[in-house]
Design a protein around this ligand. Structure first.
Ligand SMILES: Nc1ncnc2c1ncn2[C@@H]1O[C@H](COP(=O)(O)OP(=O)(O)OP(=O)(O)O)[C@@H](O)[C@H]1O
Ligand SMILES: [Mg+2]
Length: 140
């Protein structure tokens, strides 16, 4: 387990950028943390580390966005997913092993997540401070 304190969105992106450098291409990255925690900021840094420089925003309406960089990235937002059928209909299970999956609101699908994953927990400490806990990843 690795823990970091981030004091700005840029620092959160930087931590994610460092994590991206350890990835092999098919990881499942489950992010936990409520509204405005910084999950999209984290995804932005991760994507930048894989050569994707723009267009990363919360896929709240699309449910999943796809980016192509060093690896393919599937960026999910599970905010509105409440049951297995909802999750199944996003195509979630078909994406596994076809790219990196980065998942916002993993709380909502926690019972359907595979065992082998990286978890990112972002805890809100104050307006600009976050505690970021990374589990299941290589040392960054
Ligand atoms: N240390 C920090 N790390 C990340 N974001 C921060 C930090 N400090 C302040 N912020 C602010 O918190 C917000 C994080 O927004 P972001 O969209 O990344 O959150 P989110 O977890 O994806 O939210 P949502 O659940 O709505 O998708 C931004 O407005 C950002 O400027
Ligand atoms: Mg978001």
């Amino acid at each position: 387990m690795q823990k970091f304190i981030s004091i700005s969105p840029e620092e959160t992106e930087q931590i994610a950028f460092r994590l991206s450098q350890t990835l092999k291409g098919t990881e499942i990255i489950a992010m936990f943390g409520g509204l405005g925690a910084g999950k999209t900021a984290f995804t932005r840094g991760l994507s930048r580390g894989l050569g994707i420089n723009d267009g990363v925003s919360s896929p709240t309406f699309a449910l999943v966005n796809e980016y192509e960089g060093k690896f393919r990235i599937y960026h999910f937002d599970m905010y509105r997913i409440t049951c297995y059928d909802d999750l199944y209909s996003t195509g979630f299970f078909d994406y596994i092993n076809n790219g990196i999956m980065v998942i916002e609101w993993s709380e909502n699908i926690s019972s359907f997540l595979p065992e082998n994953l990286i978890t990112i927990t972002i805890e809100y400490l104050s307006e600009t401070e976050r505690e970021i806990t990374i589990e299941g990843a290589e040392q960054i």
